[in-house]
Design a protein around this ligand. Structure first.
Ligand SMILES: [Zn+2]
Length: 367
């Protein structure tokens, strides 16, 4: 399973897919699912959806893994041919200068570029420790003027992502671009592969969503159409086992999948998720049965689409499940393949435990 997950993750990481521009990723996933014999459809928002019919008497389960990644978009082309940019998603400005980027110039064309970093020889002592706001950054693609940029297909609104990159580190760990959330897309492929030929399970809706990094909006339309009883988001969990993160929690890379017990982001009153107790119990039971170490996470600052999906219809029982990741939203995010495997095994075991005795009645769970 690990080799399969690695290959799927690597392939997906090498495809550019800025929020709102996920077409290449979607077509790739569609091909992979077709290869598995699974039919898909694409909704108007751009979500790729596959349904594996199961026992209609059991609560239906919708999984979400987002296809999109954060990045930049061209705001203005200077007379010099240098590009000014706008942010798309939670872009870490201090990790931008001197990065290689890739622009999608239409019809499958790509244009490489570099985010400028002021020549060190001309950097003043004050500038040395200052983060340059993105408004002051520019991208150099080699163009000498506006005409050269236009001729290459680069215009206002052209999507930009970190140059796709996949690096194998020691001990089954990987680094690169868009580990968030292509690694979870790979996990969802594995879930599809393993679940497609079983019928003694609930109906599973697999949603590869769009525009999560932009503003958690893609999966809402899918949930409105699918009306699931349960929604499980697969995304990263913050690893806190580095010196700069240790106060935030106790999530270790390579120590198993992560269950989100609390998330919130102060930028919007609806932004957060407190999981349904039935799903917390379900994951704990599945982890115990499979001998999987289940890590727990509860902190603010990170969010997923469950924030909004939980409010669809009469309410959807939601939980965030993930794999630990380091250096999130940088061009070199790190995760451990063992955690991806653990997450897939845990979810498959949990799905198997959604049987006739499983209840979503909150009064069945004592706090
Ligand atoms: Zn994500």
């Amino acid at each position: 399973m690990r080799d399969r997950l690695k290959a799927w993750t690597k392939d997906l990481m090498m495809i550019p897919g800025l929020s709102g521009h996920e077409g290449h990723v979607r077509r790739h996933l569609k091909r992979e699912l077709t290869n598995l014999g699974i039919a898909t459809k694409t909704d108007r928002t751009g979500n790729l959806i596959a349904t594996l019919e199961g026992d209609a008497g059991l609560p239906s389960v919708m999984f979400i893994a987002h296809m999109d990644q954060l990045g930049l978009i061209v705001r203005k082309i200077e007379a010099s041919g240098l590009l000014r940019v706008e942010r798309v998603g939670g872009v870490p400005e201090k990790a931008l200068p001197a990065q290689q980027v890739l622009l999608s110039a239409g019809n499958g064309r790509t244009v490489p570029g570099v985010i400028a970093n002021k020549s060190h020889h001309a950097t003043t002592p004050e500038e040395k420790y200052r983060v340059v706001p993105y408004q002051d950054l520019y991208i150099d693609c080699g163009f000498r003027n506006v005409e050269e940029a236009s001729a290459a297909g680069v215009n206002v609104g052209t999507p930009i992502v970190y140059a796709p990159n996949f690096v194998e580190l020691a001990g089954g760990r990987i680094a690169g671009t868009s580990v968030d959330d292509r690694a979870a897309c790979a996990v969802l492929l594995e879930i599809a592969r393993a679940a497609k030929d079983t019928s003694k399970r609930p109906t599973l809706h697999l949603v590869f969503s769009v525009q999560e990094e932009f503003n958690l909006r893609g999966a809402i339309t899918a949930a409105n159409v699918l009306q699931p009883d349960i929604c499980i988001q697969l995304d990263l969990g913050l690893a806190t086992d580095t010196p700069d993160m240790s106060q935030r929690g106790d999530v270790r890379l390579g120590a198993g999948p992560v269950m989100g017990l609390y998330s919130f982001h102060g930028r919007g009153t609806l932004n957060g998720c407190i999981p349904h107790p039935a799903l917390v119990h379900l994951m704990e039971r599945a982890a115990a049965a499979e001998n999987i170490n289940l890590q727990r996470s509860a902190h603010i600052g990170a969010l997923t689409e469950t924030s909004y999906v939980q409010l669809v219809g009469g309410g959807v029982a939601c939980i965030d499940m993930g794999f630990p990741a380091r250096y999130t939203h940088s061009a070199l995010e790190v995760c451990d393949l063992a955690d991806l495997e653990g997450l897939a095994r845990l979810i498959l075991a949990a799905v198997g435990q959604v049987d006739a005795s499983f209840s979503l009645d909150r009064d069945d769970y004592v706090e």
